[in-house]
Write a protein that binds this ligand. Structure first.
Ligand SMILES: Cc1ncc(COP(=O)(O)O)c(C=O)c1O
Length: 401
């Protein structure tokens, strides 16, 4: 008799879906969860989400919406007050000038990026993705039957996307350049003057710049929250993908947005209307409270992330053979551990697996982000866990052989 697994394989899936893979970060998180469920004390640097609860005023707005029966379909593009509030929030916080017709509320930033790529890319067209990259970009491009083109950025330049390097990769088939700033996984922040050069290049070559601003408000030192959409005359070349997930500790609510030219917004709304329809109604009312409300909680989270960043960076840098660029934003450290590779641990994938097996430390291998030799540590975890994790890492890596 055929086993369940064999039956599963017999299903003929579409080429489109066969081109993509399950998110590799999920695989690590699942392994760590399994250990935790068995009662193992895991130092978990895996999660890409704030460990803080959603602020009270935002939760209350959702409860109120529920009590007022705001539980029906909304317009596919999102409720009008939220579209307005997102434009105003983005203008106040980041200096842009969008109107509601140029704004679509989406089911998270991921969905914003997915729909933008789907709306713009034809088969065979190219999307430039700076590496190390956020895991989902290449698969979104492949799903659209486009071609991901990777542009390697370098640790000694803080992993910053540079216009000069980008120019060499543009071809007549390039449709979109993705800029992830602050970046997951490297924490790189593209300076405003580099953004100016990138936009000028995109204009000259008739290419869209898709800026992923999901970590916009988590920046450190001299880096400040910045949107390329605030640059003069940039709006006609830029599409902003934003999210409430990280800024307001709202990952599970699934609210994000696209800001871009009205014609593109209309295309995204059309796509959304034929797929997910509106983001959850009560989550939209929660997001409305977030956009209209105080930003104090964001500052408090940032202050805590800044403390943790200092600690983890200092701790990682004391381990022999580990080098780590100082992240300028987001909440990840991305050290290079390749000096420790050898026959028993040949690469970052085996290193992450061994770390989990031997020391119960969960990290994501750099290969998932197109950066073999590196490991991603999320410091969206408590200081106590960071200290414990660093102790275990010191024990695990020891001196370079
Ligand atoms: C760089 C980057 N962009 C977008 C997202 C999407 O976040 P969400 O869909 O929760 O808004 C994430 C989440 O991890 C991310 O790291």
């Amino acid at each position: 008799m055929e086993s369940a697994a064999e039956k599963k394989q017999a299903i003929r899936l579409s080429d489109r879906v066969n081109r993509i893979n399950v998110s590799p970060t999920m695989a690590v998180l699942q392994e760590a969860e399994k250990l935790k469920a068995r009662g193992v004390d895991v130092a978990d640097f895996g999660p890409g989400e704030p460990d803080f609860p959603t602020p009270e005023h935002i939760k209350r707005a959702a409860v109120k919406a529920l009590e007022e029966n705001k539980t029906k379909y909304t317009p596919a593009a999102g409720i009008a007050p939220l579209r307005q509030a997102i434009c105003e929030w983005h203008a106040t916080q980041l200096g842009s000038g969008y109107s509601p017709a140029e704004c679509v509320v989406t089911s998270g930033g991921k969905h914003a990026i997915f729909q933008t790529i789907s709306a713009l890319v034809n088969p065979g067209e190219e999307v430039v993705i700076p590496a190390p990259y956020w895991v989902s970009y290449p698969d979104m491009v492949k799903y659209a039957n486009g071609k991901p083109v990777f542009l390697e950025t370098h640790a000694d330049d803080g992993f910053i996307l540079r216009a000069a390097a980008l120019e060499k990769l543009l071809t007549p088939k390039t449709r979109i350049v993705i800029a992830d700033s602050p970046s997951n996984p490297t924490g790189a922040v593209i300076p405003p003057e580099e953004f100016e050069r990138i936009i000028a290049l995109c204009r000259r070559r008739d290419v869209w710049l898709l800026t992923d601003e999901c970590y916009s408000h988590f920046t450190y030192g001299d880096a400040k929250p910045f949107s390329a959409a605030s640059l003069p005359d940039a709006k006609d070349r830029i599409i902003v993908a934003g999210s409430f997930s990280k800024t307001f500790a709202m990952t599970g609510w699934r609210v994000g947005y696209v800001l871009g030219p009205a014609e593109l917004a209309a295309a995204v709304i059309k796509l959304q209307s034929q797929s997910t329809s509106n983001p959850t109604s009560i989550a939209q009312y929660a997001a409305l409270a977030a956009a209209l409300g105080p930003m104090d909680s964001v500052g408090q989270m940032l202050a805590e992330y800044a403390r943790r960043r200092e600690r983890i960076l200092a701790g990682l840098r004391t381990i022999p053979g580990i080098s780590c660029t100082a992240p300028q934003g987001a909440f990840y450290a991305f050290p290079n551990v390749s000096a420790h590779f050898g026959p028993a641990m040949p690469d970052d994938i085996s290193a992450a697996k061994r770390l989990l097996d031997r020391e119960h430390v969960a990290v994501v291998p750099g290969t998932a982000f197109g950066a073999p030799g590196y490991l991603r540590f999320s410091y969206a975890t408590s200081m106590e866990r960071i200290e414990e994790g660093l102790r275990r890492l010191g024990r695990f890596f020891g001196p370079v052989q």
